[in-house]
Design a binder for this molecule. Structure first.
Ligand code: BGC
Length: 810
């Protein structure tokens, strides 16, 4: 069942039914000020860090679901309703939510009153803007009351939801006309406040939640709305809120509109107050004055659209399949940008108080946005590298505000360092900026230990070689890509973190997955050295890679597929010998991507095994058979009920690895079949089963062993975004940036006869046409550049602004 439709022309998803299977959200903001917004106007806002600068409250596992947000209430006689349906849940006569790129428009109609909420965060200011337009479509006059409402968070979201003995007494506000200032803790160590203003005079206001809601009231029937006016309350402690009230007399057909802004304002410390306890509002005035008129509001929106259109115009595909087009051209690319901004911090499944920036996560996310924002990608690589430890190991996470490695979780996740090579190589292939390797970058954020970025890559490479186990495979440490395969943990006490319990550096447990990574990214490292003319070292690196390839085929092969690991006792994991968890997806994908076993037939066997044992109608499960009981030697993976998360869930992140593997093998039909299975646009028709947004990838879909097979969870913040974008554009469409040019080598279904791509690469727009007259799945027989035949191979970089490329497959 569908709950809406794609509007590709406007780059919007249009939700037509408010009771979506789960809240379907959007991200507003592209730099420092962000808002998560659901299709019923739920969500929250923060500045830079969702934990430390939370501006409004959000209760995650609340009942009813998704009640906190940016709601507008209408009181029309005895009927109270919201244009977004929540939280009052009065049935609407008409409803629509358009989620666009960086903005959303929610429209609701009830008893001839139409209310439209247009919301966005402008490109250059720290403010959530909304314009509320009210139209009386009746042929008689109407008298109604309109209310806005937000509930402030007392900044540190963790403290705000736990330290009540303090924070019930700290809340402070000021009011000036239609502007409500939330200034909790400003009297002490903060020099920032929030302002919630309207560009029209209010008839009443509230800043105390008790006054607006009633002490025992609820968002479903706030006391102020029921009474038709607010109490002009000033909050002292408890729960500071912002509420505006407008009493409207609307003639037949008349329209009223008001702009409401929620801004974040910083004031230089020495200018904080203008009188005892009176905050300096001049910075807020300056911000508000930028968004007072409709014209200003519209200009901000136009700028935002321009920003997104330009950003996305660097990769545009036209195939006969509209789902592919809309995912690549709009939604998948957009999600990659969201992962750039959020890493894994704030979504409807990530509370914003838990995880900062993941080392491996951020490196992989980069694969999906490097072509859109190469300069920011460069900065990101240098930030990540600066957290790397001197021995080449990595802090598993770092904090976005401080950019320092997070010592609570520490390191010992032995795949982490190799991802630094992966993202740096992708960056160089995209930009040709070899100079990044000369950048002097700290180790462990200590400037005295700084060294060129190339040295960081060298230490990443050597870290694997310096940490080999009994079979000469890489030691797994606390975990590899699969955070939940904790072979050195042995946790017996509830509540212990599986990731940081036990010795991080077990001397026995080994990972075949990291071995595959080493072959893939170690080879990329060797290629870099070779390109730089560091020939001898390059040769040594290639040798180490070849040696690891042999080791994988010897010790990492189970007979029909690649083994997953050896546990702390040297027992096989992911083997036919195992009682459960006989085969895992990760080494099949990574080893084949690394080119292991392609000539020898191992790769084909492994892919056959994946098809037979792991494939389902909704995607490939992570392992099979699922673990049915908790296993001390395996850790978190076996803590999940069968079919969920890493225990045989369909982990969308590594499905693209198999798609890549299939495309390397030339299987275009199979690659595309697999692509469709997890691609949200293709699941739109079964939204009642899939449940998460049809325009965003989710981390996990319940696997075949789960009672809720096919149900998605954890949408938005997942490495799936980057990997599916990469596999579709590079693996299937075959447009691969390389050191010295752009390679076009598609692997497509045999039924596809033609497609075109506009690809911006090193400041040149390549207009690429691919024809497939013989209906092959892979293989290029001729290439023309600007009308002339050229040898089949990479198309060299040029100074021209535009280049046409015609590729004939066959
Ligand atoms: C983490 C990734 C990890 C994946 C698989 C995600 O939640 O962010 O770093 O690779 O789970 O365990």
């Amino acid at each position: 069942m569908k709950f809406g439709h794609f509007d590709d022309l406007n780059k919007e998803y249009v939700i037509e039914k408010y009771e979506t299977p789960l809240p379907w959200i959007n991200y507003l903001g592209s730099d420092s000020f962000f808002t998560l917004l659901s299709n019923t106007a739920g969500g929250y806002a923060f500045y830079k860090d969702a934990r430390l600068r939370r501006i409004t409250r959000y209760r995650y596992n609340n009942l009813p679901l998704d009640q906190d947000g940016f709601h507008i209430y209408v009181k029309d006689g005895d009927t109270i309703w919201n244009p977004g349906w929540q939280p009052v849940q009065t049935a609407l006569d008409h409803y629509e939510c358009r989620h666009g790129l960086g903005y959303s428009v929610i429209t609701g109609k009830k008893n001839d009153i139409l209310v439209k909420q247009e919301l966005y965060v402008p490109k250059y200011d720290n403010i959530l803007l909304q314009r509320v337009t009210v139209n009386n479509t009746a042929d008689t006059a109407k008298e109604i009351d309109l209310f806005s409402f937000v509930e402030f968070c007392l900044w540190d979201a963790m403290d705000d939801s736990s330290n009540f003995q303090r924070n019930y007494s700290t809340g402070e506000v000021e009011v000036e006309g239609s502007a409500i200032y939330h200034k909790t803790e400003y009297r002490e160590r903060r020099n920032h406040y929030a302002v919630f203003y309207a560009n029209k005079p209010v008839d009443s206001f509230d800043t105390s939640r008790d006054s607006f809601m009633g002490v025992y009231g609820s968002p479903k029937a706030p006391a102020a709305v029921v009474n038709g006016k607010c109490g002009n309350s000033i909050a002292h402690g408890w729960q500071p809120v912002g509420a505006h009230h407008f009493h409207l007399n609307l003639k037949a057909g008349e329209t009223y509109s008001v702009i409401i802004g929620l801004g974040y304002v910083e004031v230089p410390v020495e200018e904080k107050f203008i009188a005892p306890s009176v905050i300096n509002k001049s910075y807020a005035h300056a911000l508000m004055n930028k968004y007072i008129t409709d014209e200003q509001f519209d200009t901000g929106m136009t700028e935002l659209r321009k920003f997104w259109n330009e950003l996305l115009s660097g990769f545009e595909v036209k195939t006969e399949n509209e789902n592919v087009n809309r995912m690549v051209n709009i939604w998948n690319a957009y999600q990659c940008m969201v992962t750039f901004n959020m890493s894994r911090s704030a979504s409807y499944y990530e509370s914003g108080i838990g995880r900062g920036m993941g080392f491996r996560d951020s490196c992989q996310d980069l694969l999906g946005f490097v072509h859109m924002i190469p300069e920011r990608a460069r900065e990101r690589i240098l930030d990540i590298a600066a957290t790397q430890k001197e021995d080449g190991g990595a802090y598993h996470q770092y904090q976005p505000l401080t950019k320092k490695g997070n010592s609570d979780i520490g390191g010992g996740f032995n795949d982490d360092p190799l991802w630094l090579i992966a993202c740096t190589d992708a960056y160089i292939r995209e930009t040709g900026d070899w100079a990044i390797l000369d950048e002097i970058v700290d180790f462990d954020n200590n400037h005295e230990k700084a060294a060129p970025l190339l040295e960081h890559l060298r230490r990443s490479f050597n870290y694997t070689l310096n940490n080999l186990g009994p079979n000469k495979l890489p030691l797994i440490g606390r975990a590899d890509w699969n955070d939940c395969l904790n072979l050195n943990c042995f946790s017996e006490h509830p509540g212990e973190s599986f990731q940081i319990t036990g010795p991080s550096e077990g001397p026995v447990a080994e990972s075949v997955f990291i071995a595959g990574m080493f072959v893939k990214y170690g080879r990329e490292y060797a290629n870099i050295l070779k390109h730089l003319g560091i020939a001898e070292e390059a040769e040594k690196a290639y040798k180490a890679v070849d040696q690891m390839t042999e080791t994988v085929l010897d010790k990492g092969w189970d007979g029909e597929w690649f083994l997953r690991a050896y546990d702390a006792f040297g027992q096989k994991i992911g083997s036919e010998e195992c009682e459960e968890g006989k085969i895992f997806i990760e080494p099949q994908g990574m080893c084949i991507m690394a080119g292991i076993g392609i000539e020898t037939g191992h790769a084909q066997k492994a892919l056959d095994a994946v098809k037979e044992r792991l494939d389902t109608k909704y995607g490939i499960v992570l392992l099979n058979p699922a673990y049915t009981k908790y296993r001390l030697n395996l850790g978190e993976i076996s803590s999940y009920p069968p079919g969920y998360k890493e225990n045989a869930g369909i982990f969308c992140h590594n499905n693209p690895w198999i798609i890549f593997a299939e495309s390397i093998m030339g299987h275009g039909d199979r690659a595309f079949e697999l692509y469709k299975k997890t691609c949200p646009a293709f699941l739109e028709e079964i939204s009642e089963i899939h449940r998460t947004e049809p325009y965003a990838y989710c981390q996990m879909v319940a696997g075949k062993d789960a009672p809720t097979f096919g149900e998605g969870k954890n949408s938005w913040l997942t490495g799936t975004a980057a990997w599916t974008f990469t596999v579709l554009t590079e693996g299937i469409l075959g447009i691969q940036p390389d050191y010295d040019g752009l390679t076009v080598d598609p692997c497509i279904p045999h039924t596809v006869k033609h497609f075109t791509v506009n690809r911006l690469f090193r400041n040149t727009m390549y207009h690429i046409t691919v024809n497939n007259p013989d209906g092959v799945q892979k293989g290029v027989k001729a290439i023309k550049v600007n009308g002339s035949d050229v040898p089949v191979g990479p198309i060299p970089v040029t100074d021209r602004k535009e280049v046409t490329v015609e590729v004939t497959m066959g």
